[in-house]
Design a protein around this ligand. Structure first.
Ligand SMILES: *[C@@H]1O[C@H](CO)[C@@H](O)[C@H](O)[C@H]1NC(C)=O
Ligand SMILES: *[C@@H]1O[C@H](CO)[C@@H](O)[C@H](O)[C@H]1NC(C)=O
Ligand SMILES: *[C@@H]1O[C@H](CO)[C@@H](O)[C@H](O)[C@H]1NC(C)=O
Ligand SMILES: *[C@@H]1O[C@H](CO)[C@@H](O)[C@H](O)[C@H]1NC(C)=O
Ligand SMILES: *[C@@H]1O[C@H](CO)[C@@H](O)[C@H](O)[C@H]1NC(C)=O
Ligand SMILES: *[C@@H]1O[C@H](CO)[C@@H](O)[C@H](O)[C@H]1NC(C)=O
Length: 224
């Protein structure tokens, strides 16, 4: 009887420990504030001219998965605060590239196209977006050079940087991006040789720059 009691106590103890661990495991993802913090910093760092974010990105209701209902936000799972996709195209947003984006640690796709964003594209963008498959920063006012670190975003399928004010050379190392299907840097102020991609990137992707050259003829701005 005493033995039985002891056995029961051990069993109960194991059970409590086990349930406790399961609970902790579950709650650590529940308590992971990283993606919430990410969206909060994006909202805070951008000037939201037409109130697209302020009308939808409400951080008051803190239920799991609440950020997944925000305008332009898609999660891996609708009940889990883990952002897959941010799509904020054509929302009249102003400001610099939102640096807090690195806290959305599972982000696969970012579209900030057709806004009024300016300043440079962060030189450590691959640390911020290591798993990004699609990056669209087109039709903004980004300036400075195309960061070399983009060559480290090895999952990129789509890279659209057209219609900005980017200067300098296109890093030849971008040719390492062997998953690239869509690439566009047209309508910038770029010069120099173009990367030798394996895939078929056409002259159109490079049109309207200062002076680019490669395997095919690319006419500079003043000839078009
Ligand atoms: C939150 O998630 C990220 C990425 O999955 C992970 O690196 C980090 O350790 C997590 N933090 C907590 C407190 O669980
Ligand atoms: C956000 O990312 C930075 C840089 O990686 C990190 O130091 C910080 O702890 C993160 N914040 C949260 C709330 O996850
Ligand atoms: C919070 O959001 C959830 C899911 O959208 C909803 O069911 C719940 O009623 C909301 N709570 C409050 C206090 O708004
Ligand atoms: C991200 O969202 C866009 C627009 O809603 C969609 O076209 C695209 O397929 C999504 N990407 C992923 C990886 O889910
Ligand atoms: C990237 O650079 C910015 C400043 O340019 C810095 O604040 C940040 O900590 C760096 N690293 C990451 C992972 O964002
Ligand atoms: C790219 O990744 C390599 C290997 O992790 C690293 O040594 C290098 O500094 C990175 N380059 C840039 C420009 O981020």
């Amino acid at each position: 009887m005493v033995l039985k009691g002891k056995y029961f106590a051990i069993l109960a103890h194991t059970l409590i420990l086990h349930v406790g661990l399961v609970f902790l495991g579950g709650s650590s993802s529940f308590a992971n504030e990283s993606d919430i913090y990410c969206l909060r910093t994006i909202k805070d760092s951008l000037e939201d001219t037409y109130n697209h974010l302020s009308s939808s990105w409400n951080f008051e209701n803190n239920t799991e998965g609440f950020i997944c209902k925000f305008k332009g936000v898609e999660c891996w799972h609708p009940d889990e605060n883990r952002v897959l996709n941010i799509s904020l195209s054509d929302m009249g947003l102003k400001g610099e590239f939102p640096h807090g984006i690195g806290n959305c640690t599972s982000l696969a796709s970012l579209d900030l196209s057709s806004n009024k964003l300016s300043g440079s594209i962060p030189s450590n963008i691959s640390d911020k977006l290591p798993f990004v498959t699609s990056l669209d920063l087109s039709s903004n006012s980004f300036s400075g050079e195309i960061p070399l670190s983009l060559a480290n975003c090895t999952y990129l399928n789509v890279l659209k940087l057209d219609h900005n004010q980017l200067t300098g050379m296109i890093p030849p190392q971008l040719a390492r991006l062997n998953q690239i299907q869509k690439f566009s840097v047209s309508n910038n102020l770029l010069s120099g040789p173009v990367p030798s991609f394996d895939s078929t990137v056409t002259a159109e992707s490079y049109a309207n720059n200062i002076r680019l050259w490669g395997a095919f003829e690319i006419l500079p701005k003043y000839y078009q």
